[in-house]
Design a protein around this ligand. Structure first.
Ligand code: ZN
Length: 98
């Protein structure tokens, strides 16, 4: 299990500019686009989706900048388990002291 998770991360940062355009399927034509509205600006800051535009066909849309795999879900689950275990131990220690 430890060797299985040795290089696993909770999430992986990906660069959508290196991916192919969802519309014309051309690689290397995507670039970040400015937010046109306040909603887009806040949506981009609160989520992992950023607005991209294709230089070739003019497609404009939101693409995610992180990837989560099945190994990532296991890592996230282990982190949650660790947090719960530490909080339970801390609660028991504080309960005995007070
Ligand atoms: Zn395109």
């Amino acid at each position: 299990m430890i060797t299985y998770l040795r290089r696993a991360r909770a999430y992986y940062i990906i660069n959508p500019a290196m991916q192919e355009c969802p519309s014309c399927k051309t690689c290397g034509t995507l670039m970040r686009s400015r937010s046109r509205s306040t909603f887009e600006k806040f949506f981009g800051r609160l989520t992992f989706y950023k607005v991209y535009r294709c230089k070739k066909c003019g497609w404009r849309g939101k693409l995610r900048t992180i990837a989560i795999t099945s190994k990532s879900l296991l890592v996230i689950f282990l982190y949650i388990l660790l947090i719960l275990g530490v909080s339970l131990i801390t609660h028991q220690i504080l309960k005995r002291l007070i």
